[in-house]
Design a protein around this ligand. Sequence first.
Ligand code: BES
Ligand code: ZN
Length: 488
Amino acid sequence: MYTQGQAACNRSFFPCQDTPAVKAPYTANVKVPSGFTPVMSASESSNGQIANLSGDKDTYYFSLKQPVQVYLVALAVGDLKSADIGPRSKVWAEPSVLESAKNEFNGVVEEFITTGERLFGPYVWDKYDILIMPPSFPFGGMENPCLTFVTPCLLVGDKSLTDVVIHEISHSWFGNLVTNANWSEFWLNEGFTMFAQRRIMEEIFGKAYTSLETQCGLALLRQHMDDTGEDHPLNRLCVVIEAGVDPDDTYNETPYEKGFSFVCYLQHLVGDVQKFDDFLKNYVNKFKFKSVVAEDMLEYFHEYFPHLKEQDVANKPGFEFDQWLHKSGWPPYVPDLSPGKQLTDPAEQLAAAIAGETNAEVDRKIENWKTYQIFHFLDKLLERDSLSQSVLKNLVDTYPTIPQSHNAEILLRWSQIVIKNDFQEQFSTVKKFLKSQGKQKYTLPIYKALVKGSEAAHQLAKSVFEETKETLHINVRNYVTKILVSIK
Ligand code: BES
Ligand code: ZN
């Protein structure tokens, strides 16, 4: 069993004032059936026998001394074993996946943490463990303090999806230390975290790779805005959440990528990477263990950079802070991604060639590509209005590793291409993918595409959901049910 507190589910776990505006340390006693191991988002734990609590070996004690908001209290129980992956880190998993979990994360997390510390200040959470969740876990990762929960989809075998771990580590400063005071300000958690994640990536992997990853993020924002319309009320940074609305229902790409773009814009106004890093370090230090709204952050920005306040940067026509926060639409500023050209160009050229739009000589070898180049290549194919059946057949024959991939990010994009172009001979791949995992960001877009598709696509949607609904997380199950009503 596991809990998922964010956004507002922990009120059904224990009695609480379920708001991110207040913080407290916590302790817990957890009694489990013999043979099970509980883990929590806590820095200290002991077993009854060792602590001599009640002499009961099945009672465990947990304590988190740092004050946290309610949604960060988390518990999971299972047949869990752990393995060391760094000086302050272990990975926890069921025995059948422990080995692959260890291989995926061994020796990499410590560098992510120390880079974060150098950029944003001390890591205050004592340890950083990772828990491998069951396939139905609805998120890629959840930043529970001391113990990030991650989808087993990250266990690809080649460390290609570890950016999710960098993301969750980045929440150690943005989100967990400095927290959005209410869910209308969720972008303060996720936008700053995306920025921190990409700063860490830039330090470790360089600008080219990070630009490529950012390009893939902006493609998600593009898709989301195309789907909903740029003017949709959720496509602003500060969203209006009426009483009675579940904040989870407002979840989308805007707080992530438009939030990231706004933080990049602030960095651009400062004009100096180092000075902006220093600002962020001071921002974290000033507001650590507190909850903030956008005004707090911007007021501090003005205080830290008085010359920018004097220049009245908040009111530059077209880039008004007020517009950034309260107006729907595509971000008025996005960072320069040209450092990624050496990686994005080959992917874009190959997409054009495969789609039959050019006769130019292109290098068709993808074996040495970075995995993110394949995501970008597939994003570009997905952007095309339509691809013929013969183009898709050719693609499967030339690049069999794409439909046969074990990388969920590849399978998501491939599934979307297959459905959009009604390429029925690959529907079995879509089906297999939907049955293999239940992450919300994979599951919902695929069902949405199926609903827009052919009669065969509708049949596929109905039959797979019938088979998988019992195993999906309740939120995801409810969202899919809503998506499917139009083809009832
Ligand atoms: N905190 C989020 C997950 C979340 C958001 C849970 C809202 C409940 C409500 C987590 O940090 C996250 O953003 N995960 C992403 C990772 C990605 C952006 C690298 C995910 O799950 O896809
Ligand atoms: Zn996040």
